[in-house]
Design a protein around this ligand. Sequence first.
Ligand code: S3P
Length: 206
Amino acid sequence: MSNTRHKKNSEYKKGKHLVLIGFMGSGKTSIGRSMSYKLKRAFYDTDKMIEEKEGVTISEIFATKGEKYFRELETKVLREVREDKIPRIYSLGGGTPVSLQNQPLIKTIGTVVYLRLSPEEVWERLKGDTTRPLLQCDDPLAKIKNLMSLRAPAYERCADIIIDNGSKDRDDVIKEILGELEKRGWEIPPESYPAASNKDNTENNE
Ligand code: S3P
């Protein structure tokens, strides 16, 4: 069996979801929506799934129940995603890949795309944002730098595909991801194919 064939088969055995990971502000939601249109699949954001289940925002969960509780919810949601047999696009919270118990789960649920940005690029995008509890501190850029250096190895471990999403045009990023998926045996539906009928769950995000 050729290497390509072997690779295609081994990825075929993984779950069929497209999974977007990356730091806060890395563009998971906007890229996820565009990919939803291109792949004709519904798009879900696991943070929104958590908020819907708990009936409160992520900030409220951090404030009232703490980060540890939130991290447990992230693992629970990942287990649900693993059981979801309909191929979809899932965007994960920026901290989800950090947990050692989440990493094998993430790797089995689908093809994982890591959207990579520098700390400065993240900061440019998130200046003034009040919805990320971890960045409500005196020096958010220093916090971003610190968290990013701690997390980058985890993102890289989980990723099948790494895309630099800092300064590129969104259409070029989409093309790059589609090209990488095709190399891995994904069939990209023609533009004329009807879009996924169900709406994504991310209306107010990013
Ligand atoms: C977090 C990222 C957030 C959200 C929570 C914690 C993190 O998601 O899950 O605020 O630890 O990086 P986004 O990456 O979608 O902003």
